[in-house]
Design a protein. Sequence first.
Length: 230
Amino acid sequence: MISTTPETGSTNADLLAQAAAGAPEGTWLRAERQTGGRGRLGRAWNSPLGNLYASTIVRPLAGDPSPPSLALVAAVALEEVASAYAGPNRLQIKWPNDLMAGPAKLAGILLERSGDAVVIGFGVNLAHHPEGLERPTASLAGLGLSAPDPDAFLLDLSQSFARWLGRWRSEGLAPVRTQWLNRAHPIGSALSAAGREGLFEGLDADGTLLLRHADGAIEAVRAGDVFLVA
């Protein structure tokens, strides 16, 4: 079920409350504008009209893969839809779930818990992207494309996410991990994680980032900001 509201503080905050009140898995909420949108670590997320701000609820079941691996499910679903609009090989995933156009961030995903539910929020720059930030940003319109209608984009996203969620449940994390690796920065890419630089060594079986340092040691990175190093 997809609902749309003209304006709210945060679709994630709204669905966290709805999840606590018993809203079912598959509930989606889109806002035309957010006044309190946020990204990872509480960063503000600029929310002009024409972009996508939407969240959904997942209720992990006994026997499902680890709930944090839903970050990879969300990433591959979003990349699949955005690349259908952008064209092949123009976008890639950056660990764990940012969507990049070259060095510029086009979309972000935020996972939050509410009891036994996980709320997954998507912020996608369709028509606009902020200027003058410390790190470059992009939008589909800024790539020379027609900005998709947010409702149409969300319908595609909800269907793609449902497919990948079904595979995550029925087949485990392996096919999601494989798709993530196929659509992410290549093995050997230079990365900075928590201030330490190394080379991307892939993901372990649980989806944890593996970083190879100059001395050959491999570090498992489970959280923190990760940046591509030019």
